[in-house]
Design a protein around this ligand. Structure first.
Ligand SMILES: [Zn+2]
Length: 334
């Protein structure tokens, strides 16, 4: 990288000299380019004009350096194979299992099942995608171009049956498992049970501002991970879809406030979270406007069987954090 930057700067100086020569020559009327014989050769002044601008503008030089750095990064991403031929990003996943009982020590098959659910839900190939009401089909994300690949599973027995949301499961010194390179891998921790403020929760995730920190990743309670042997009505693997949604910068669809804002324009404003299996259409009124709400979105609180879509606006947010200059661009590199 340093070499490249140096190259760009050195090139600027060399070309700057040439550029001076050219402008000196142009001041000479004998070199006036008006004769038809001169037009037999193609001429383009882009680089000369650029160099002149660069010579007198430090901000422009900085922008060029950033541009070339990002271009090189993108090229390296392609070489690393994380950017697939269709433009999808394949996120490497490390699953950390902390178990007290045999049931909590979820099997490799169940982990594979969960990865398949993530790939189906983020790829828009989930079998229930045809349940999206026609009203919302136009704003359905379809394929978000995010894929997942399991690269490692780490297991550790524990005497702890219930965990809090204080990240202890992510610290070996607290009886947990330290994250594997959190800037470059999606770490998922599976624990027996989790509570927050006295209530049992399914899971929690860090948002992209935590990218690469020691506690970065997703925690899910074993009964809600995968499908086979999971606890109904949260037994279709959608807790992971929802939590990974947060990890990729998606907010709850109601914006965590009454008629709140989820930063996505194509998800209708809704009053609050929905639970269970609501019947479509379901109307909410916010600021005097009645709207049919998108309760079947993965970022609502409905049962696994009642959620089956991301929106196009959500796809854009996800892709933004995974872009070459995005907060989670580290996931593109091993
Ligand atoms: Zn959530």
């Amino acid at each position: 990288m340093k070499k490249l930057l140096f190259g760009v700067i050195a090139l600027s100086f060399i070309t700057a000299c040439n550029s001076d020569n050219i402008s000196n020559q142009n001041e000479n009327p004998a070199n006036d380019n008006t004769s038809s014989s001169d037009l037999a050769k193609r001429g383009c002044a882009s680089e000369e004009v650029r160099q002149e601008a660069l010579n007198s503008n430090a901000e422009l030089r900085q922008r060029l350096a950033t541009l070339e750095t990002n271009t090189e990064k993108f090229t390296n991403d392609l070489k690393a194979g994380k950017v697939l031929p269709d433009g999808s990003i394949e996120i490497p996943v490390v699953v950390n299992v902390l178990y007290k009982t045999t049931a909590e020590n979820v099997s490799d098959a169940r982990i594979a099942e969960q990865i398949s659910v993530l790939n189906a839900d983020f790829g828009g190939t989930n079998t229930d995608i045809n349940k999206i009401p026609s009203e919302f089909q136009a704003v359905s994300a379809g394929n978000t171009q995010v894929k997942f690949r399991l690269v490692n599973t780490i297991r550790k027995a524990t005497s702890k049956s219930s965990w809090a949301t204080n990240d202890d499961m992510k610290k070996a010194s607290k009886g947990g498992i330290d994250a594997t390179s959190p800037a470059n891998y999606l770490n998922i921790w599976i624990v027996g049970k989790m509570t927050s403020q006295g209530k049992t929760i399914l899971g929690y995730a860090t948002f992209p501002e935590s990218a690469g920190l020691w506690n970065d990743g997703v925690a899910i309670a074993a009964p809600y991970f995968g499908k086979t042997g999971a606890s109904s009505p949260f037994n279709l693997g959608r807790t992971a879809t929802h939590e990974v949604g947060h990890y990729l910068n998606l907010r709850h669809i109601w914006g965590d406030a009454n008629c709140g804002n989820d930063q996505v324009s194509d998800t209708p404003t809704q009053t609050t979270a929905n639970y269970g299996k609501p019947s479509y259409p379901l109307y909410n009124t916010c600021s005097g406007v009645q709207r049919s709400v998108m309760f079947m979105n993965y970022m609502d609180y409905v049962d696994d069987a009642a959620m089956f879509m991301f929106s196009a606006g959500q796809k854009t947010r996800v892709q933004s954090v995974l872009a070459s200059n995005g907060a989670r661009s580290g996931l593109r590199l091993y």
